[in-house]
Design a protein around this ligand. Structure first.
Ligand SMILES: *[C@@H]1O[C@H](CO)[C@@H](O)[C@H](O)[C@H]1NC(C)=O
Ligand SMILES: *[C@@H]1O[C@H](CO)[C@@H](O)[C@H](O)[C@H]1NC(C)=O
Length: 281
């Protein structure tokens, strides 16, 4: 039928328009290393909750396991782990019903007593990064040694180390050590290139790239928000336009499909043929 093909066309195009939907996975507390038995909350921050974002993970024992079904306690698009375990170490992400994915967060849980607190999300080139070395038992800072890719960078009496103006070369596998307590698991630090918002040679004019990017962002947001209203409006208009033409042109179709609807009427009139002639007008 023409109507169903039109509807499916609308459905496909709405999927295409709405696939600009995005979600961002965040973790609280915001770090990638945890002590065994800590409480951890993960959340998909989404533009559109109707897209059905769910939390998934890969661990060493199970790939693509869903929160609520195989691990954690789920409420909507967030997930809590009451007592996190080394077995919960792995990669976590959000996925929508249509298969769109969020950023990926790597989580490491240690049964030991030292963790490295490093940024969960990629670090922007040029920014500063501070790494903290923490023990499970001592709340105060202890002197710590910091390692990158297996080599000692430096020892800090304060227990934390700042890398100023990170570059791509700072990317790597970091860990720390506190002599009295032991070593943390390693965590990968990713550095992403900064957006090209460098001041153009012609001074005075504002950087056009960032302004354009901002405008694009507003436009995309606008589309995502308006999307459901737009589709439902188009759908209703198309359905409304189809109703009168369907009744007028195809009488045989209308009689068969309206038989059930007029059953109530038929009981009132008793004589079914009377309705048949009535319909010809
Ligand atoms: C999870 O595991 C599956 C199967 O090995 C793999 O295809 C997928 O890329 C993994 N996801 C992530 C985020 O690593
Ligand atoms: C998960 O933790 C958050 C923050 O602590 C809390 O607000 C929420 O109710 C918890 N959800 C479940 C299902 O326990």
């Amino acid at each position: 039928m023409e109507e169903t093909s039109l509807l499916s066309l609308l459905f496909v195009s709405s999927l295409l328009i709405c696939s600009t939907n995005q979600a961002r996975l965040t973790v609280s507390p915001s770090r990638s290393q945890f002590f065994k038995d800590e409480f951890v909350s993960l959340s998909c921050e989404e533009d559109d909750s109707s897209a059905g974002w769910r939390l998934w993970r890969n661990t060493s024992t199970k790939t693509k396991a869903e929160c609520g079904a195989e691990w954690g306690k789920s409420t909507g698009s967030s997930c809590n782990i009451s007592y996190i375990d080394p077995w919960d170490s792995g990669v976590y992400w959000c996925e929508s019903r249509e298969g769109a994915t969020s950023n990926i967060i790597s989580i490491t849980v240690t049964g030991g007593s030292v963790i490295l607190q490093s940024p969960v999300l990629p670090v922007m080139e040029g920014h500063d990064v501070t790494l903290h070395c923490k023990t499970k038992t001592t709340p105060s800072n202890l002197p710590a040694a910091f390692y990158k890719d297996g080599s000692l960078i430096r020892t800090e009496s304060t227990g934390h180390m700042t890398i100023h103006h990170v570059t791509k070369s700072d990317e790597g596998l970091y860990k720390c050590q506190i002599s009295s307590d032991g070593e943390s698991p390693p965590s990968w630090i990713t550095v992403t290139g900064k957006p090209t918002t460098t001041v153009p040679p012609t001074s005075g004019a504002p950087p056009p790239a960032s302004a354009l990017l901002h405008l694009m962002f507003i436009l995309v947001r606008y589309l995502v928000v308006l999307c459901p209203y737009f589709i439902s409006t188009v759908l209703m208009v198309s359905l409304y336009r189809h109703r009168p033409t369907g009744n007028g042109s195809s009488v045989s179709m209308a009689t068969t499909s309206s038989n059930h609807a007029q059953q109530g009427l038929a009981e009132d009139y008793d004589d079914i043929t009377a309705i048949g002639t009535e319909r010809d007008f």
